[in-house]
Every structure is written in C-alpha cells, then in structure tokens.
Write a protein that binds this ligand. Structure first.
Ligand SMILES: Nc1nc2c(c(=O)[nH]1)N[C@H]1C(S)=C(S)[C@@H](COP(=O)(O)OP(=O)(O)OC[C@H]3O[C@@H](n4cnc5c(N)ncnc54)[C@H](O)[C@@H]3O)O[C@H]1N2
Ligand code: MOO
Length: 412
C-alpha cells in the first residue's frame, strides 16, 4: 500500500536544507540591484567623500581665528576668494586671519578646518567679513573619508541591498554589483478538476488558485516565478512536465496530488526523475502534513498540499527558507515574529505543530497585541484573507488558554 506519510518534525525538515547551496553570483548593473543579495564583500576603492566638504553656506576659516569672538567683539577676517561649486578647494590656502566664501558641499581650502554659517557674519566691504560666533575645528564640515575610508568593507556578503546601500555604491563609482542569482521557480498545478482562472469551470471543476498565490509568494521572497500551468493527473504528463521544469528552474513547486488519493502521482513522479532523491514525505504540522521534498542535485522539488491555505502555510514555513538559502540569505523563514496574547482558548492536538491563522489587534503602546484565531478548513481562503499571521502551537501542547502568550509569525 502506497502513500503512508513518514512524518518528520518541522525542525528536521529545515535541517534537510543543509544539502543545498546558494546559487552562483552574477554581476548586475547598480540600477537593478535594489533588494538583491550581495554575493561578495564590497570594499571602498577610495575615500567617501573624496575631499573635506562644507555642510553650510558661509565662510571657510581656520577655527582658531574665530576663538573668543562674539556679537560685541567680532573677529575680522580677510576674504581671499570664493570656492566655486565643483572646483578644487586646495587652490586656495588660508593663512592666519584669512577666509574664503564657500557653499554647502563645496571643497574646503587648504588649512581651513571649519565653516562659519553666513547668518553669523557681516560683510564690512568686499574684502573683509565680521564673524560673530566661533566655530570648533571640524564644525560644519564633513571630512574626507568620514563616510568610508579606502579599503574599508562597506557592505558584507549576504546583505540584502537597500536604497541607502546603492547610494554608497554610486558614491564610490561601483556601477556593477556582485549578487546571488535569483532562484527561478517553476510552478505547476495538478488535478483534473482545475481550469485556468480566465475560464468558466464546468460542474465539478474549480479555478486554479495555487498557481497565482504561489507565484506572488515566490516574487515576494525574491525568486522569479514561472507559471507552467495545469497538468492532468496522468503519470506520464506529470513526469514530462517535471523533467522540463527541473531542467529550466532551480526549484519546482507542484501543488496538489501530494496526499494519499488514488491518483496522487506526485510522489511516484518525484521518485522517477533522473538523479532524484526523496528527502521527506510528510511533516508533523497542521495544516501542511502531506508535504514532499525531493532533490535533483542542487535543485529542489516540493510537493505542496493542494488545499489552498495549506499550500500558503507550507510556502512560508519551508519554501521561503529554501528560497532564501538559494538567494544567499539565512535558511529561515525570515518573517517578523512577535509575542501576542490569546483572546480565547485555542485547542490543539498533540503530535503536530499547529499554525493557527490569527487576527491581531493592537492595544496600548508597549502591550503585546491580542491574537484572535480565525478558524476554517484548509481548503478555504477566507481565514487567510482576514488573518495577519500564524500563531504557533508546539507539537506536544494540547493548546493554549485564554490570555496565554504565544509566538506569531507575521505575513510579509
Ligand atoms: N484520506 C486522507 N485524505 C486526505 C488526507 C489524509 O491524510 N488522508 N490529507 C488531507 C490533507 S491534510 C490535505 S492538505 C489534502 C492534500 O491533498 P493533495 O495535496 O493530494 O491535493 P489534491 O487532493 O489534489 O487537492 C486537495 C484539494 O485542494 C484543491 N486544489 C488542488 N490544487 C488546487 C489549485 N491549484 N487551486 C485550487 N485548489 C486546488 C483540490 O481541488 C482539492 O479540493 O488532502 C487531504 N486528504
Ligand atoms: O494538513 Mo492539510 O495540509 O490539513 O490541509
């Protein structure tokens, strides 16, 4: 008799990922690097900024020339020039008692170490300025290399690039970036009852939901989804489709046909693929028990449960971590987690880790949010549409009392 699950724990399931490696690195244009994961450390090839710059409009000074000055006893300085924007400040060297006009972002003249804001000055004539407030050395100046020094590691491998990171790279003239290749994920739905969303189902048929939800989840997790459509419950069709999918993608998500139904070929198909290794068939979680994982070299094939909610839950718990591993990130779900307080008793059966869809309501600041379970069969989407996240109940627990504190994984 085929198809009895050999349930492993969610922790054991995640440990299976140790056999997979991140995808290779590729060089991409800086303009396309937002949100991508760095595949190498990046060091600064030069200083940023390359020269000391003023942060204010005013007068570049030798700070000690302003010491002790005030409204009643201004310092008198001789204006020896103006630093035009984009011109090298070092063309001018300040001698004691001298100053130069400067604008925000302008390059400091040689020997200058501070800038007096124009508000605290008064022009006596074209060559002489009164200074009413002293400045300390370094005041109103960003010194050369203050952001980054030459040779400093500025961004580390495994970092998800953010807009400010791209700004640093632009500032340093790094216009191609080494990032991990994004995983290509083939998505296949199986079932004779399925029709594409743009078709009207005949009696007994339903529209394919999982292809759409899984593609969106893949994209959100940093992968590139390829929807390959619906395959009928035929062993030969499924094997051919999977062979092609494995050849073209880094990961294959098959939904439906993972359970013990008469025509559930997923397991056989995954076992039949050349060089495939079945890693798991069944995981002790609810929903999501009939989840399959197989590998073909460094490629992963998931048989996800057909029930629409189960497929989403399994994606968050297992597909997301492996997509992150392929992308160069830690092999965890990467979802935000919070502690929440239950508004009612939540029963659970011993033996399977339970992921309860919950709606959160926020109390006063500093108080944990309240979590209210939204019950519904795993073939329904409405509970997930209303839910903010998944509350986790340990597999050895019979459930939670009202007012208990529990961990909630937040949907991205
Ligand atoms: N006797 C048993 N029956 C079932 C068991 C079990 O242990 N013993 N497990 C149940 C659980 S739990 C789940 S989850 C499902 C898993 O089923 P399969 O992965 O084999 O998927 P199917 O049977 O093909 O479909 C289940 C259900 O989901 C609908 N479905 C499938 N694909 C899609 C799609 N792309 N879009 C929308 N809906 C889809 C399908 O029509 C079925 O209604 O098995 C239980 N049964
Ligand atoms: O475990 Mo199934 O995946 O309930 O829905």
């Amino acid at each position: 008799m085929k198809g009895f699950f050999q349930l492993i724990s969610s922790t054991e399931f995640l440990q299976l990922f140790s056999r997979f490696q991140p995808l290779a690195g590729v060089q991409i244009p800086l303009a396309e690097a937002d949100g991508r994961i760095l595949a190498e450390n990046v060091t600064a090839p030069e200083q940023l900024p390359p020269f000391s710059r003023s942060t204010m409009d005013g007068f570049a000074v030798r700070a000690r020339d302003t010491f002790g000055c005030s409204e009643s006893e201004p310092a008198l300085l001789t204006i020896v020039g103006e630093i035009a924007m984009g011109s090298p400040g070092q063309d001018i060297t300040l001698k004691p008692g001298q100053t130069a006009r400067i604008w925000t972002g302008g390059a400091l003249p040689a020997k200058a170490d501070g800038v007096v804001m124009v508000e605290y000055t008064h022009l006596l004539d074209d060559d002489t300025v009164e200074i009413f407030r002293p400045v300390a050395p370094g005041e109103n100046v960003i010194r050369a290399g203050e952001d980054f020094e030459t040779g400093q590691v500025i961004l580390e491998r495994g970092r998800k690039l953010r807009p400010q990171d791209l700004g640093v790279l632009a500032g340093l003239g790094i216009t191609t970036v080494p990032v991990y290749r994004q995983p290509q994920v083939a998505i296949l739905s199986t079932g004779d009852e399925l029709v594409p969303p743009d078709q009207t189902p005949a009696p007994g048929q339903i529209r394919d939901i999982n292809s759409t939800t899984l593609a969106a989840l893949v994209r959100e997790a940093g992968g590139i989804p390829k929807q390959l459509g619906i395959i009928e419950d035929s062993f030969d069709d499924m094997l051919a489709a999977c062979r092609q999918a494995v050849a073209d993608a880094d990961m294959v998500l098959l939904s439906g046909g993972s359970s013990v139904g008469r025509r559930d070929f997923t397991l056989q198909v995954l076992e039949e693929l050349p060089s495939s290794e079945l890693l798991a068939h069944g995981v002790a979680i609810r929903p999501g028990k009939p989840t399959i994982l197989a590998s073909v070299d460094n490629k992963a094939l998931f048989g996800l449960p057909g029930h629409v909610a189960s497929a989403i839950v399994v994606f968050h718990l297992f597909v997301r971590p492996l997509l992150r591993l392929f992308s160069g990130l830690p092999a965890d779900h990467g979802l935000q987690q919070i502690q929440a307080t239950t508004t009612q008793q939540i029963p659970s059966a011993i033996g399977r880790e339970e992921y309860v869809r919950v709606q959160l309501s926020w109390q006063e600041p500093g108080q944990p949010p309240l979590a209210t379970p939204i019950y519904g069969k795993s073939g329904l989407l409405s509970p997930l549409v209303r839910a903010d996240g998944l509350l986790v109940i340990h597999r050895d627990s019979e459930g939670l009392d009202q007012g208990a504190s529990a961990r909630v994984l937040l949907f991205p």
